[in-house]
Design a protein around this ligand. Structure first.
Ligand SMILES: C=C(O[C@@H]1C=C(C(=O)O)C=C[C@H]1O)C(=O)O
Length: 364
């Protein structure tokens, strides 16, 4: 018995009706998947992707497949559905992030004792030596930088050194010296805190707490600075993805501290001619995805003085809200990082070269 031939229009009308049914089913599936996603987040599962579960469904569909589609075609269709479902779970999850523009579309511009950082404010310069070494070193540096209009003085009192035998920093004495040098010159003081036990004492002396690249994954520390009343400068980890960096910021915000400055400082790649590779796309992406100010540490990104000017220009061109640069009265005799710090004449050349770009308020 041959079936009476139906017209293409009739057949297409049937396909249209099936499409509508498929869409209803797919949407229902999407709703259920979104619920699974929320349940996973609540359980604190590190990832939504579950290959074993996908595999199990593919095997079941293969067994049930009545044709006419081949096993391969059915598999491909379901894989596409799993991919879209996973995207749905993950975007729903991201929507909740406090760092995200989805939660706060407007830029966060910090105002720390009258020093503004972020969109709408002119790019900020954070400068100072790698390590605090003496009272004189900090006083001379602060006086020089203040005379050049720098508003934020940096200097490490606790140093995360690769070798445990390297200079570890002056500790509390360094904090006192750095805080005083900044105050006496009308500047803010930013310094790194490495240990949850030191957050309180560092917050007593510093206006901004820095979480360094090596501690970006130190979740206890992130939570602790999140509970402090000081703004936090959060460096990106050496090998951290952009997502991991933003999640690190989320730790701080989720503890109730909304004042975070993100700092890209170069990542580890196969390249050997620079110490790290400056990831400019991370700067542009962080500006796009989050509402937080983003600055670039050109000193660590390059690890060499001759690239500081072009890298700083490039950073500002992609929308960075400021530049972090190390300056030391005598880099050759510095106790750490002497290959990459600028001396005062070097800083004058550096800032002179950036003059025209620094006056323009940062725009996204
Ligand atoms: C919905 C889930 O999450 C993801 C999506 C799946 C799907 O669309 O069926 C399956 C596994 C996961 O990769 C789940 O784990 O069940």
């Amino acid at each position: 018995m041959t079936q009476p031939q139906r017209s293409i229009d009739e057949l297409r009308a049937e396909v249209d009706a099936i499409n509508r049914d498929l869409l209803t089913l797919l949407s229902r599936r999407g709703e259920v998947v979104a619920q699974i996603g929320r349940a996973k987040s609540l359980e604190g599962r590190p990832q939504h992707y579950d290959p074993a579960r996908e595999e199990q469904q593919l095997r079941e569909m293969e067994g049930l497949n009545p044709g006419p589609f081949s096993a391969g075609a059915v598999k491909a269709i379901f894989k596409e559905i799993f991919k879209a479902s996973l995207d749905l779970e993950e975007t729903n999850d991201k929507k909740q992030l406090l760092v995200s523009r989805k939660v706060k579309p407007d830029d966060t511009t910090l105002d720390i004792d009258g020093v503004r950082i972020g969109a709408g404010a002119p790019p900020i310069i954070v400068a100072g030596p790698c390590s605090i070494e003496s009272e004189e070193q900090m006083e001379v540096t602060a006086r020089f930088l203040a005379s050049k209009g720098v508003k934020i003085l940096r200097g490490g009192a606790y140093k995360p050194r690769t070798s445990p035998y390297g200079f570890q920093g002056m500790g509390v004495d360094g904090l006192i010296i750095g805080g005083r040098a900044a105050r006496e010159n009308g500047m803010l003081f930013v310094t790194e805190v490495m240990d949850t036990r030191d957050v309180e004492v560092v917050a007593e002396h510093a206006d901004i707490l820095q979480v360094g690249a090596r501690n970006m994954h130190n979740f206890a520390l992130l939570r602790e600075v999140g509970r402090s009343r000081r703004p936090v400068l959060l460096k990106r980890g050496l090998s951290a993805t952009i997502e991991e960096w933003l999640y690190a910021a989320e730790y701080i915000l989720s503890e109730g501290n909304p004042e975070v400055i993100l700092c890209e400082r170069g990542i580890r790649t196969f390249e050997k001619w620079t110490r790290n590779t400056l990831d400019l796309s991370a700067v542009a992406l962080a500006k796009q995805e989050t509402h937080l100010p983003v600055i670039v540490d050109v000193t660590h990104a390059a690890g060499r003085r001759d690239l500081l000017i072009p890298l700083a220009k490039a950073a500002l061109a992609v929308g960075a809200d400021g530049i972090h640069v190390e300056v030391h009265p005598s880099p050759a005799t510095a106790l750490s990082d002497n290959e990459q710090q600028l001396d005062f004449a070097g800083y004058e050349r550096f800032i002179g070269a950036l003059d025209s770009v620094l006056k323009v308020p940062a725009t996204v």
